[in-house]
Design a protein around this ligand. Structure first.
Ligand code: PHE
Length: 446
């Protein structure tokens, strides 16, 4: 069967942006910045993004575009042996594992969107009641599993229709919606009381917070948010025709992704500061702190709906992209029809994700290899081991096997400066830094 291609350059850009912009931007970035030195963290994050994230990101897209294949086949073709093929297969599996736990978390978001529509999120007189409500929801296996399944059904309804009619169309609709909602929230946030305090909390650099472990977090964040190392970029690149200029299609994505992270942090913290709530709540910031605030400010009802709609849209377009590498593999290599592949992958992602959803209730007491629950185990496995491994495989493949000259040709680089930057970054800098970070993530330096 002939490979489907994106309809337009804009469709590609918005689809990759849809993949990149997700829970890592809206849920994680704000609290990580809040807890790790504000602007000092943002600075470190930008350095990681430019020095390692950007070259790795472009390399993965180039591998896909060059081979017009799913990551497993793409790695096998360029690497010309089984070991590279195996590394490619691991990236496909990594994306799939991400899709497993990501869907469970996104299920809560969908559930919260429903709570917002019902008006529950504006009815909390104090933190205790907000927290009790949160636990009453996540304690219920039916609630978590129901929304988890519903979320995956939304993904199926997009993936089923293929690249152009499914993924591209959805992103062309959802991404502008996401930007609009975010802009409304930022503007509303900035007009709330104490917004300047929120900005100075965010933008004041606290350099003493910058430690080796912060560097790890910043690098991990830049990889996860750009969807590096998990087959997605190779797959989306493989739907790109040879005419498109890769560099021109890539940098808008990085800019959008970064702006969404920063704007999300501004929206979240201006809302949190407006009633003097605590900014250091960590992961539960959006589930506990925000609803408490929505209960106290004017227009809270609409804000709560807009906010959870924003997070839902971001999660949906990312989950789709995490499932796609496996779907592409099954259709390219095993010759499955797209429809069968979509339904099997999503169904399997749901079944394997059940222990994640049950980790806040029925399986609360169960630890997994020393991790508090299955969800945290999978997150650790992906963020600290599989994703760095995937990114490393891609840059090593391009830098040392396929060859920098070929990569530079694929990118149509003419500028002397850019050529040398890519040469240095992909061949030496990125691999070295990823290896260092990888070793420290698995505790080698302790
Ligand atoms: N980049 C997405 C986010 O920031 C997550 C993601 C991971 C998407 C893997 C696709 C593949 O939330």
């Amino acid at each position: 069967m002939k490979r489907e291609h994106w309809n337009s350059k804009l469709g590609f850009i918005l689809s990759v942006a849809g993949s990149a912009i997700g829970l890592a931007n809206i849920w994680r970035f704000p609290y990580v910045v809040g807890n790790h030195g504000g602007a000092a963290f943002i600075f470190l994050y930008l350095v990681c993004l430019l020095a390692i994230g950007l070259p790795t990101f472009i390399t993965e897209i180039a591998i896909g575009r060059k081979t017009q294949q799913n990551p497993a086949t793409a790695f096998a073709i360029l690497g010309q042996n089984k070991t590279w093929g195996l590394l490619g297969k691991i990236t496909v599996l990594t994306g799939f594992i991400v899709s497993v736990f990501y869907a469970a978390v996104a299920g809560w978001i969908l559930g919260y969107l429903w709570e917002a529509i019902k008006g529950t999120l504006v009815s909390f007189p104090n933190p205790e009641i907000a927290f009790a409500h949160y636990t009453s929801l996540t304690d219920s296996p039916t609630w978590v599993l129901g929304f988890h399944l519903l979320f995956l059904l939304f993904c199926v309804s997009v993936l089923y229709y293929g690249v152009k009619q499914g993924i591209e169309k959805a992103n062309k609709f959802f991404m502008p919606l996401l930007f609009t909602i975010l802009l409304i929230l930022v503007i509303k946030g900035l007009t709330l009381p104490h917004s300047l305090d929120a900005l100075s909390f965010l933008l004041n650099p606290n350099w003493s917070e910058l430690t080796a472990s912060t560097l790890l977090i910043a690098l991990g964040q830049s990889f996860f948010t750009l969807s590096i190392g998990q087959g997605t970029l190779v797959t989306y690149g493989s739907y790109l025709s040879q005419e498109e200029n890769l560099i021109q299609s890539s940098y808008p994505v990085i800019i959008m992704d970064t702006l969404v992270s920063i704007f999300s942090a501004i929206a979240v913290f201006t809302i949190v500061f407006s009633v003097g709530a605590k900014p250091e709540a960590g992961p539960s910031l959006i589930f506990n702190t925000l609803p408490l605030v929505f209960s106290q400010i004017s227009g809270g009802y609409f804000l709560s709906i807009l906010f959870f709609l924003l997070v839902f849209v971001a999660a949906l377009t990312s989950e789709i992209s995490a499932l796609e590498p496996m779907i592409a593999y099954l259709t390219d290599e095993w010759k499955w029809s797209r429809k069968v592949a979509v339904i099997s992958c999503s169904g399997l992602a749901f079944i394997l994700g059940i222990p994640c959803s049950l980790s806040t209730n029925l399986l609360k007491e169960m630890t997994v290899f020393g991790f508090p629950n299955f969800l945290e185990f999978l997150m650790f496995l992906c963020s600290n081991i599989l994703i760095p491994l995937g990114g490393l495989s891609a840059v090593l493949l391009a830098g040392w096997k396929w060859g920098i000259a070929n990569l530079v040709g694929e990118l149509h680089l003419n500028s002397f400066l850019l050529k040398n930057y890519f040469h240095f970054a992909i061949k030496y800098l990125s691999p070295l830094l990823i290896i260092i970070v990888f070793l420290s993530a698995i505790g080698f330096f302790n």
